[in-house]
Write a protein of this length. Structure first.
Length: 274
């Protein structure tokens, strides 16, 4: 995505159309669009030809962008789990790992980055009925690997609003749910995590369309991305007008929900009742 955005910026600065850029590398306009969105791999020869077309002759600048192209083609660690993941999900895992701020609204269950192994196992078994135990364990392992982002040295800011429904809907037995609630309490005290609970008592709110994730990146050239998961696919929205709607929604959800301290009290109350 970073390389694609820089190529787009260079193309637009020269006033070159996507069609003309595609012609220069023996490709279609849609191929240039996919490259600029970071949706396809990059051939070194194509990047070299585009840089020449865009007037980039400085050896150092060319070398920097070509190095970025090589890095972009290196498969992430999560690709080894592609056999047990839906086709659209590896893209999300890559974006999640590159994000500096992750903002989430979740309504069905606890978000994957905050699940305990036992709760994750129950969620995976419910969502992938008929999967072998080996596949279940591989999916749980991937989820636990993703969670390392939150405790790493350069951990992202993670802001989540959990609907009370996600906390009351049982996955696993009583002990699994108790362990999950305690884990949420513990994780909510980390400095990079802001956890809020949207209570039933509030009534209708701006999350009425369902769960979503809003990813922001440290590179100024990269726009925010909204991730919407569906039953058989996922949507990645990066148009400014779409992103703005979801930014407004998460800000309203945060403003309407009890703050982190009060939300911890909600979690403690649910733990006592469980």
């Amino acid at each position: 995505m970073l390389l694609g955005s820089q190529l787009r910026r260079l193309r637009e600065a020269r006033g070159i159309t996507r069609e003309a850029a595609g012609y220069s590398i023996r490709a279609s306009e849609s191929k240039i669009s996919r490259m600029e969105l970071g949706r396809v791999s990059f051939k070194t020869r194509d990047v070299e030809d585009l840089l020449t077309l865009y007037g980039i002759t400085d050896p150092q600048e060319r070398s920097s962008l070509l190095s970025l192209a090589k890095e972009a083609n290196v498969a992430g660690w999560w690709h080894s789990y592609s056999d047990v993941l839906p086709s659209w999900f590896p893209t999300y895992v890559g974006l999640e790992g590159a994000a500096s701020v992750i903002r989430v609204y979740e309504v069905q269950f606890v978000h994957g980055l905050l699940q305990t192994p036992e709760y994750a196992r129950a969620v995976v078994r419910r969502g992938a009925r008929g999967a072998s135990e080996e596949d279940v364990e591989r999916r749980v392992t991937l989820r636990l690997e993703r969670q390392k982002y939150l405790v790493a040295e350069n951990a992202p800011q993670f802001h989540i609003v959990l609907d009370e429904a996600a906390l009351r809907r049982p996955y696993g037995d009583r002990e699994v749910m108790r362990g999950q609630l305690q884990h949420l309490i513990d994780m909510s005290e980390r400095p990079n995590i802001r956890l809020q609970v949207m209570p039933f008592g509030f009534g209708g709110h701006s999350g009425e369309s369902g769960a979503f994730t809003l990813l922001s990146f440290p590179e100024p050239d990269l726009s925010d991305v909204v991730y919407l998961e569906q039953l058989t696919s996922a949507l990645y929205l990066d148009k400014s007008e779409d992103v703005a709607q979801y930014e407004k929604a998460i800000e309203e959800l945060q403003g309407d929900s009890p703050g982190p301290d009060e939300s911890r009290d909600v979690l403690r109350g649910l733990l006592q009742l469980s």
